[in-house]
Design a protein around this ligand. Structure first.
Ligand code: CO
Length: 210
């Protein structure tokens, strides 16, 4: 059997099992999507948003890219964010990075990755912004872990800088922003940063005409 066909087989089994356990499963989900969470995670196949958070279909709106970035010119991210905040009215946005992230590791090298360089450069910028924090850190793994954590914090700040989030903060005091790091070693999520509508954001980034 061709490898990919097992995915179709698995799907058939899953669909059958879902209805067996809960006959209304699909009819209930078919007409309504009402998730409370937006997840911005890494594309890494080892960090599946729903599995590691124990959430079911319908509970979590997901955007994934290399190294869980919030890039202001990324129309894909912005569309997902706008839809999640304005239409789905999510209460929480989670940026979840992970230790051992290949995207962050790539940013710490001088290798030429072709078109991926343009994406990875955003991570190099995080390093440049916080280079003092790396002083005295010589262990390669410790340096990478540090950048992984700083990157998550920076991406949460990037969310706060968007007019989408600021508008919702002003009108509805949501969403709450969370920065998490998932550990591939033990499967545990470590919350490292959070931010709400009352928290400080450099005034230069705050829009006054929302
Ligand atoms: Co990654």
């Amino acid at each position: 059997m061709k490898d990919y066909l097992k995915l179709i087989e698995n799907n058939k089994k899953w669909a059958k099992e879902a209805v067996k356990v809960d006959p209304e499963y699909f009819s209930r989900l078919e007409h309504i999507q009402n998730p409370e969470y937006l997840w911005i995670g890494c594309s890494d196949s080892r960090v599946p948003a729903d599995k590691i958070t124990g959430t079911n279909p319908g509970e979590i709106f997901v955007h994934r890219n290399i190294a869980n970035m919030v890039v202001h010119t990324d129309i894909n991210l912005l569309s997902v964010l706008e839809y999640a905040v304005v239409h789905l009215k999510v209460k929480h946005i989670i940026v979840c990075g992970h230790y051992g992230c290949g995207g962050v590791k790539a940013a710490m090298t001088n290798h030429n990755f072709g078109i991926i360089n343009k994406w990875v450069r955003n991570i190099k910028d995080v390093y440049r912004l916080h280079f003092q924090e790396f002083e005295g850190l010589t262990d390669e793994k410790a340096r990478t872990n540090k950048l992984i954590e700083l990157n998550v914090i920076e991406q949460v700040n990037n969310l706060a800088k968007t007019s989408i989030v600021q508008k919702a903060w002003k009108a509805e005091q949501r969403p709450y922003l969370h920065g998490w790091v998932y550990d591939l070693h033990d499967g545990v999520i470590n919350p490292i940063f959070e931010m709400g509508h009352e928290d400080h954001l450099d005034p230069l980034y705050v829009f006054d005409d929302l």
